[in-house]
Write a protein that binds this ligand. Structure first.
Ligand SMILES: [Zn+2]
Ligand SMILES: [Zn+2]
Length: 825
């Protein structure tokens, strides 16, 4: 207990031998001022209960004496009793200038926790402003996180006062306790007491400066608004964690510690790897430790979405070694069904990560995150930021921190350099990360994606586009359609003109006023409706992010997958559906793009690959599973543990029918009984409408950490992009068996989905050995996106590469047009 360390008598003796001018040490005496006893007594009463609440009560004896003095309204006696406990005396002169002096209290802190200190405020100004505390030793220990990235997840406060100068003395955190029963503003009384909370994450003797003011320009000139204090910081005892998995084996966990005021520990502003400042949680392996403040804390523990989220109170002692047991429980184990989870797109640098004091974080730091979220595979992709440093971690096989059931592999995302303007690409299972002629730098890479993907595939790699949503902009798309199709300068499109292009809906349904002309307003309204539908024929802008060149590279046979689960679900799945409808074997994979899209945790978007019953995950084999589509994608709270069409699972054999008929579809699905309430999971409606559902990139709503329990999920069977059967399933954590009969009249792909949380890869049903040509419009949509992309972006392709690129684009357009012709009308 800091506030009653020395009896007043002993204190007086000590003070006599202290040089009076040394402000680092305790001051001799505190001025006792004339003030009315009743309001000061009320202030002290609130102070006493606040200190109780903060777990740092004043001694019973002192409380008793203060109570008597308060009842007697004896202001001078109250001050005489409390002043020995004061760390600083803040004086506001009549001109509202603030100066501060050291008080008599001992400056003793406990490492890793907040210690309350009494501050006496002598207020000659009688202003009732908010008192503020500051310290040059306070603030973030890191710097370099991308503001944009923090903005998207609504936590920009995390890079306020970042450590740009690489200062090594940012050991302090200071704040005033202004919650009830204390007050936000000064009362205006000539004398009152307030509470400061001071935190230090280092131990030993530390000199720090505290400053006080009541707004800009109110600190006294000549540094009298600041006071240096020598703190003695008692060493915290690390709390050891005994972490057991559902089966009793040691493992890693996701842990979150909060005190009664919901404050998170370790403090986010003081976190360096392995703890990430942009997450409230931390990750630890069995036997590792964490520094926590003494007292009661709430511990939330889990190991990702397949585990229960459990909480319990723990009591931390400041003086004795202790072990906290963490016993994890699963609600589901996809491995029982042969599925091994992974996130093929995470980063150890850039976006929310810092680049100071280190250029991103290490494989071991990322491994804890991956294992602590229960992922079997994490692909750490080196990209533009910190490229030179991060590339050293590359290896042609799994990183050496890997374990049989937790694999980390370093690969590449071409982003921030090279072909990025034509769509970022993920290159997985690379054997060699140096593109010929680049000498291991970001210079000299191809400026469009097809050659990069080809190079990856030639070395046995697996390729795909990340954060793939291609967004529709209805007003712009309407203007573009009129510009492209309106031959007779009528500023609208007639039926003849429409025949040359691709309408989002039928002519008649767009032509609301029935005048035989589609004007800009009618087209905009039709495009607005389409953008909220899946599938839809609205052509996206092809001038931003997303899987821009995917229709080209898929036609060239060099793209294996389109990513899902991190950007808006409708455009993600829409692109994929159109390409599948043309008969291309494109697969879907699941990713987070941590911490660029979402910085909340790795494995927010996942792919579950069917490897059967194995004791060890083989990374190349797992990647082959993505390539073959032996998988489903999910946010981890929704699962298709079995999905069969005519007895075949996705990624294995095709189902052959001699003639049109019916196929049996069976499935085992399970949905968590507790799911985060967020747009990302479809459990909050985004203000932008259905088109934004599933997005993890921005929150679309105020930040919250609420969960939704129970409810129902709509499982749909999709044939060539259209829903042909559906069934509601309770979100109860149980496995449910489903059975459907689906008619098939032509060669088709069939998959299972639950929008926006879950999609399986398809099983193809081939009728009479004919290829899948499911939709003429899908083929035209693909061709349109290629044409528009070329128009918008061909100048981003280097001149020397442009002829080859143009030829490839033309070839791709022709293959889609050919497939459009081959499709059943
Ligand atoms: Zn990217
Ligand atoms: Zn990325």
């Amino acid at each position: 207990m800091v506030l009653r360390l020395l009896p007043a008598a002993l204190l007086t003796v000590l003070l006599l031998v202290i040089p009076a001018k040394n402000s680092l040490l305790a001051a001799e005496s505190v001025e006792v001022v004339d003030v009315e006893g009743q309001p000061l007594g009320a202030n002290v009463k609130r102070l006493i209960s606040a200190l109780d609440y903060l777990g740092a009560p004043l001694s019973d004896e002192l409380v008793q004496k203060l109570t008597v003095a308060s009842e007697q309204r004896n202001a001078r006696q109250i001050q005489k009793l409390l002043d020995p406990e004061v760390l600083c005396v803040v004086s506001l002169n009549p001109e509202v200038r603030t100066k501060v002096a050291r008080g008599p209290a001992q400056a003793v802190l406990q490492q890793g926790g907040f210690t309350p200190f009494l501050i006496k405020v002598i207020n000659q100004s009688t202003v009732t402003r908010q008192l503020q505390i500051s310290s040059p030793q306070a603030g973030a220990v890191y710097s370099g996180a991308a503001l944009n990235s923090l903005k998207r997840q609504a936590q920009t406060e995390l890079n306020q006062n970042e450590n740009k100068q690489s200062a090594s003395d940012r050991f302090l955190e200071v704040e005033l306790f202004q919650a009830s029963p204390m007050t936000v503003r000064l009362s205006g009384l000539e004398c009152e007491y307030v509470l400061a909370l001071i935190y230090c994450h280092e131990s030993g003797k530390r000199e720090a400066t505290l400053g006080f003011d009541v707004g800009a320009g109110t600190q006294d000139i000549g540094f009298r608004g600041e006071v240096p204090i020598l703190f003695t910081v008692k060493k915290a005892i690390p709390v050891k964690l005994a972490i057991r998995d559902f089966d009793g084996k040691p493992t890693a966990a996701r842990l979150q510690f909060r005190d009664q005021q919901k404050r998170v520990y370790p403090l986010q502003a003081k976190r360096l790897a392995p703890d990430f400042f942009f997450q409230p949680q931390i990750y630890r392996q069995d036997g590792e430790t964490v520094l926590l403040p003494a007292g009661e804390l709430e511990m939330e523990y889990s190991r990702g979405p397949e585990y229960q989220r459990l909480t319990r109170k723990i009591s931390v002692s400041a003086s004795e070694p202790q072990t906290v047991e963490v016993n994890l429980q699963r609600w589901l184990n996809p491995r029982d069904y042969g599925f091994y989870s992974g996130d093929h797109h995470i980063h150890a640098a850039g976006c929310a990560h810092y680049d100071n004091p280190t250029k991103g974080v290490t494989p071991l730091d990322m491994f804890k995150q991956v294992k602590g979220e229960g992922l079997n595979v994490g692909c750490v992709l080196t990209w533009g930021p910190c490229f030179d440093v991060q590339r050293q971690f590359f290896s042609s096989s799994a990183d050496r921190v890997s374990e049989p059931l937790t694999i980390l592999k370093y690969d590449l995302e071409i982003s921030g350099f090279g072909s990025a303007a034509l769509g970022h690409v993920c290159l997985l299972n690379l054997q060699n990360q140096t593109y010929p002629g680049t000498l291991g730098t970001v210079k000299g890479w191809p400026s469009w994606t097809v050659p990069v993907l080809r190079w990856c595939k030639e070395q046995g790699g697996v390729t795909g586009y990340p954060h793939s949503a291609l967004r529709v902009n209805p007003p712009q798309a309407a203007i573009r359609m009129i510009n492209d199709l309106d031959r007779d300068q009528s500023e609208s499109i007639n039926a003849d003109e429409a025949g040359q292009g691709l309408l989002p809906k039928t002519f008649a349904s767009i032509d609301e006023d029935g005048d035989g002309q589609l004007n800009e307003q009618e087209l905009t309204r039709a495009l607005e409706q389409s953008a909220d539908e899946l599938p839809n024929l609205a052509v996206p802008e092809m001038n931003g992010g997303g899987a821009m060149e995917i229709c080209v590279s898929t036609a060239e046979g060099v793209c294996d997958f389109v990513s899902a689960m991190d950007t808006e679900r409708i455009p993600e799945w829409n692109t994929w559906y159109h390409i599948l409808n043309c008969g291309y074997p494109l697969k879907v994979s699941g990713e987070t793009d941590f911490p660029c899209m979402s910085s909340r945790r790795v494995g927010q978007g996942r792919v579950y690959v069917n490897l059967g019953d194995v004791d060890e995950v083989d990374f190349p084999e797992w990647c082959r599973g993505i390539q073959q589509g032996r998988s489903y994608v999910s946010d981890g709270y929704a699962h298709a543990l079995e999905f069969q069409v005519g007895g075949q699972s996705p990624g294995f054999e095709e189902v052959q029918l001699k003639e049109p008929g019916k196929v049996e579809v069976t499935a085992k699905v399970a949905f968590a009984s507790e799911t985060p309430r967020a747009v990302a999971y479809g459990l909050l409606d985004p203000p932008e409408g259905k088109r934004a559902v599933g997005d993890t990139r921005v929150l679309h709503a105020p930040r919250n950490s609420e969960y939704v329990t129970g409810g129902e999920r709509l499982v749909e069977i999709v044939r060539n992009g259209e829903v042909v059967a559906r069934k509601k399933v309770p979100a109860d954590g149980q496995v449910h068996d489903l059975k459907f009969t689906v008619p098939v009249s032509q060669s088709s792909w069939i998959a299972l989905r639950q929008f926006p949380q879950l999609h399986t890869n398809p099983v193809n049903v081939i009728v009479d050995q004919r290829p899948i040509r499911a939709s003429r419009e899908s083929a035209l949509w693909c061709a349109e996106t290629i044409k528009l992309l070329w128009k918008n972006r061909h100048q981003k392709i280097a001149e020397r590469e442009r002829p080859a690129a143009e030829e490839t684009y033309q070839r791709a357009i022709q293959s889609y047009l050919k497939r459009a012709q081959e499709a059943t009308p």
